[in-house]
Write a protein that binds this ligand. Structure first.
Ligand SMILES: C[S@@+](CC[C@H](N)C(=O)[O-])C[C@H]1O[C@@H](n2cnc3c(N)ncnc32)[C@H](O)[C@@H]1O
Length: 221
């Protein structure tokens, strides 16, 4: 007996339309969830916490850089285990999370606990406490940081945390005021780059980037 059967043409047409509509509904739902997630985890700047969010072109440029770094990974296994840490730069979370699942957002502002398990509450002031953030020691492949203050103490303490979270191969991007260069380069092997992050509001200070890799070629390609 022949197991195959054929549906009448009109039934087949109805079935195909139904499947197409179902697929479209699923796509719409996914888009709705993504948009909701994006808007859910962004908040008004709190100037008490020295919060100055990146502008859209900076988020896009850094998203492009992350995308390119991920595309250089040899295979899916490497990609899945690739870990990204965002230190005090929460406005990048949505952009990066849409590109890669394995992201931690280290933040002092507890509103960002809306990011769920990706959120790690931290305070740079605790950098010298023994065993601080020990569970993340030498864990990350890419670290992007933007400390709250342009003071030697803040830069030194955040650098210490970055050093602890890094492996020897970790790529580090550090965005801050130009004036932090002497303190920063004493702590970490980073060089000033041409890429200049921009903000939604104009800041009085000259804002620059430092990295241990050629971030300029990643944001510009
Ligand atoms: C200059 S803003 C950088 C924000 C970045 N430009 C962005 O768009 O996401 C500094 C960040 O440090 C966080 N912050 C404030 N106090 C902190 C502390 N004690 N420890 C760690 N981070 C802190 C702020 O909440 C803020 O997100």
């Amino acid at each position: 007996m022949d197991d195959e059967f054929t549906l009448p043409a009109d039934t087949l047409k109805i079935l195909n339309e139904f499947l197409q509509q179902k697929a479209q509904r699923e796509r719409d739902e996914l888009e709705r969830i993504e948009n909701k997630a994006a808007s859910d985890v962004m908040f008004e700047e709190d100037w008490q916490l020295s919060q100055f969010w990146y502008n859209e072109s900076t988020k896009q440029a850094l998203g492009k850089a992350v995308c390119k770094l991920l595309s250089e990974l040899q295979n899916e296994a490497n990609k899945n285990s690739y870990r990204i840490a965002l230190l005090s730069c929460p406005s990048l979370y949505d952009t990066v999370k849409q590109l890669h699942n394995n992201v931690k957002i280290f933040e002092f502002d507890k509103r960002f606990s809306a990011c769920g398990e990706d959120f790690v509450h931290y305070d740079f002031n605790k950098a010298n406490e023994s065993g601080y953030l020990e569970e993340f020691k030498e864990t990350f492949d890419l670290i992007i940081a933007d400390p709250p203050f342009l003071s030697e103490e803040c830069i030194t303490k955040i650098s210490k945390i970055i050093g602890s979270l890094s492996k020897s191969s970790t790529k580090i991007l550090f965005c801050s005021g130009a004036i932090v260069e002497p303190w920063l380069t004493t702590c970490l092997q980073l060089k000033k780059c041409a890429f200049e992050p921009g903000h939604e509001r104009n800041l009085g200070n000259e804002f620059v980037s430092f990295a241990n890799f050629d971030i300029d070629s990643y944001v510009n390609s």
